[in-house]
Design a protein around this ligand. Structure first.
Ligand code: NAD
Ligand code: APR
Length: 236
C-alpha cells in the first residue's frame, strides 16, 4: 500500500455497533422502532417536544455504560502514529471517538452529550435528562433547551471544514455507514473527484459501494485495526 499524507475518515453507526449502540437501518435498528418524523425533525420537536426529549433522554442514559471498541482505539492510534494529517468526521452523536483518545473528531450530526439553548444559542456539555423545564446554564431561561443533535432537514455542522479536508485528502476511508444520508453519503464522490483513493470498511456493501476503489467487509473491531496497521506499516 503506498504511503498517504492526508487521510480523512468518515464514521457511521456501524463503528459503535460492537460497543452496544444500535445502528439506524440494520435489522432492529432505531428507525425500525421509531419514526424519524416523530423524533428526529424540527417539526417533530415543535409538535411533541416531550416525546423528542424522551427519545434522546433514553439514548443519553444508554450512553452512560458504553465503552469504545477496538475500532475506535485503532483510529486514535492512526491519529497518533500517522506522519501526515488524519481528520475524523463522524455522523455519530456518541462520545466514543473521544473516549478512545481521538483528539478532535468533527461531529457533523452534533453530540448527544451536549445541549443547545434555542433562546440564546449557547451549547453546554450535558449528561442528564432534558425537558421543557430545564433552565439554560448560560441564559437561565427555560423552554429553549434541546439536544445538540442535527435533525433531518437541518444543516450539518462544520461542512466547510469537512469539504476542505476532503479536497486535500489523498486517502478517504468510510467506516460503518450505510451511505443513505446526505451530505455524508456524497463525500466519497467529492474526494474521489479531487484525486483521493477511497476505501470502504463496512459489514456489507453500502449504497455507495460502487464509488469506492476498495472494499473490506467484516465487523469493524476486526477490519479497522488490521487496516490501520496496514497503513502504518506502509509508511514505516
Ligand atoms: P436525507 O434525504 O439526507 O436522508 C436520506 C435518508 O435519511 C433517507 O434515505 C432515509 O433513510 C432517511 N430519512 C430522511 N428523512 C426521512 C424521513 N422524513 N423519514 C424517513 N426517513 C428519512 O435527509 P434530509 O431530510 O435531507 O436531512 C439531511 C440532513 O439532516 C443532513 O443535514 C443530515 O446531516 C441531517 N440528519 C441528521 C440526523 C440525526 O438524527 N442526527 C439524521 C439524518 C440526517
Ligand atoms: N462493523 C462494521 N459495520 C457495521 C457493523 C459492524 N459491527 N454493524 C453494522 N454495520 C454497518 C451496516 O452494514 C450499515 O451499513 O453500519 C452501517 C450502519 O448504517 P446506518 O444504520 O444507516 O447508520 P449511518 O450510516 O451512520 O446513518 C447515517 O442517518 O439517521 C441518521 O443521524 C443518523 O448519523 C445517522 C445517519
Amino acid at each position: 500500500m503506498p504511503t498517504y499524507r492526508n487521510i480523512v475518515v468518515l464514521t457511521g453507526a456501524g463503528l459503535s455497533a460492537e460497543s452496544g449502540i444500535a445502528t439506524f437501518r440494520d435489522k432492529g435498528g432505531i428507525w425500525s422502532r421509531f419514526d424519524i418524523e416523530d423524533v428526529a425533525t424540527p417539526d417533530a420537536f415543535r409538535r411533541n417536544p416531550v416525546l423528542v426529549h424522551q427519545f434522546y433522554n433514553d439514548r443519553r442514559r444508554g450512553h452512560a455504560g458504553v465503552k469504545p471498541n477496538a475500532a475506535h482505539f485503532a483510529l486514535a492510534k492512526l491519529e497518533r502514529e500517522h506522519a501526515g494529517s488524519v481528520t475524523v468526521v463522524t455522523q455519530n452523536i456518541d462520545a466514543l471517538h473521544e473516549a478512545a483518545g481521538s483528539k478532535n473528531p468533527i461531529h457533523m450530526h452534533g453530540e448527544l452529550l451536549k445541549a443547545l439553548c434555542a433562546l440564546c444559542g449557547e451549547r453546554n456539555v450535558w449528561s442528564d435528562d432534558l425537558d421543557l423545564k430545564t433552565a439554560c446554564p448560560s441564559c437561565a431561561k427555560k423552554g429553549g433547551m434541546r439536544p445538540d443533535v442535527v435533525w433531518f432537514g437541518e444543516m450539518p455542522y462544520e461542512m466547510e471544514r469537512i469539504y476542505e479536508a476532503l479536497i486535500g485528502a489523498d486517502l478517504f476511508i468510510s467506516i460503518g455507514t450505510s451511505g443513505n444520508v446526505y451530505p455524508a453519503a456524497g463525500f466519497v464522490a467529492a474526494t474521489r473527484e479531487a484525486g483521493a483513493r477511497t476505501v470502504e470498511l463496512n459489514l456489507e456493501p453500502s449504497e455507495g459501494a460502487h464509488l469506492f476503489d476498495e472494499a473490506i467487509h467484516g465487523p469493524a473491531t476486526q477490519i479497522v485495526p488490521a487496516f490501520v496497521d496496514r497503513i502504518l506499516s506502509a509508511s514505516a
